[in-house]
Design a protein around this ligand. Structure first.
Ligand code: DAH
Length: 340
């Protein structure tokens, strides 16, 4: 029997020596000291011994058991420490590693231009009005005095969604919507996207941006129109900028005009930017047609107004000397990142 005890002790030592983990150690504990373990079995067999043998054997067995327990404890501690170290090692962070830089974006030149235009008009007391990009035929054309035979209504010029809805071809429908919703005095601008069936080339895009403007109040005249737009031109293109108004036609204004700005590149002498003329066409404008005011039930005996509309791409392209409109929509960071 003593022999058996020393064999158990030997086996426990051998097994523990080759254990490499907490699990291995636990398995050895079960095998040696568990309910069905070797030690338990040996102790169970004591019941068949002579009482005097049982006593000494019992003492020895307890010693061996205590020895194995202590070895198991040491090994367990060692294995836990090892597991802990491995975990620390795996989770180690190199705090000296240089950080990764997040690429900072910049504003798109169209956004920069819209912001700049908006800031100028807001400083003159205008607020921002918004309208839907998917618009009704009524607001886009009829309410703006463009009757059923107006050429812009053609399928080849406009993206229709149904017979009565379309992608707005201009921001001017916001005029009609504002007149319906608000009573004069009105002073709003409305920047936004517009859509026309154009094949993309250096100066055309089926999607583009406009900024619309509308002022309605008592006693508004063409002098107010010219004053506001001349002030805008000087702030946008420089204090030396001069403006001139040429007669034009728009269905929703009467009289109508186009405004040119003296070339901010050559100052009016003539260059590539102004194509030698010294002037650059910037926007359309005019006194709001009474039939447009009537859409909003505005008393046309009491109130008058002026309106204007400008193409944002055109202004951005002139200002930044961009020679192809398509560059604005390709999202090439080498191009877009140049505008801050
Ligand atoms: N909606 C016109 C266009 O797309 C631009 C325009 C001209 C707007 C005159 C106006 C205006 O408000 O008064 O060509």
């Amino acid at each position: 029997m003593q022999n058996q005890l020393s064999k158990i002790l030997e086996e426990a030592k051998e097994r523990l020596a080759s254990a490499v983990s907490v699990d291995d150690t636990e398995e050895i504990r079960v095998r040696m000291l568990g309910k069905k373990g070797q030690m338990t079995e040996v102790l169970r067999s004591m019941k068949d011994m002579a009482p005097e043998d049982r006593k000494t054997f019992g003492q020895e067995a307890n010693q061996v058991r205590a020895q194995i327990e202590s070895m198991l404890r040491d090994k367990m501690e060692e294995m836990r420490a090892k597991a802990q170290n491995m975990k620390f090692e795996a989770e180690r962070i190199d705090v000296t590693e240089p950080g990764r830089k997040t690429a900072l974006g910049s504003k798109h030149p169209i956004t920069i231009t819209i912001d700049e235009i908006s800031k100028i008009f807001m400083s003159m007391g205008f607020s921002i009005a918004e309208g839907p990009e998917v618009e009704t035929v009524f607001y886009n054309f009829d309410a703006l005095n463009a009757g059923p035979n107006h050429p812009a209504r053609d399928m080849t010029d406009t993206f229709y969604i149904t017979e009565d809805t379309l992608l707005r071809t201009q921001t001017s429908p916001v005029q009609a919507r504002t007149l319906e919703k608000t009573n004069p005095p009105i002073r709003v601008i409305s920047p936004g996207r517009c859509f026309r069936c154009d094949t993309p080339d250096a100066t055309h895009s089926p999607m583009f941006h406009q900024v619309e403007g509308l002022v309605v109040d008592e006693g508004i005249t063409m002098a107010d129109l010219k004053g506001v737009l001349d002030k805008f031109a000087k702030q946008m293109f420089g204090a030396d900028a001069r403006t001139k108004f040429r007669p034009h036609h728009f269905p929703f204004t009467e009289p109508s005009a186009e405004m040119d700005v003296s070339c901010f590149k050559c100052g009016g002498k003539g260059c590539k930017v102004c194509k030698g003329s010294g002037w650059i066409e910037i926007l359309g404008c005019g006194m709001v047609h009474p039939s447009v005011l009537e859409v909003g039930d505005v008393d046309t005996e009491k109130y008058t107004g002026f309106a204007f509309g400008m193409g944002v791409e055109r202004i951005a392209m002139l200002k930044y000397e961009i020679d192809d409109i398509r560059l604005l929509y390709e999202n090439d960071m080498r191009f877009i990142g140049q505008f801050k």
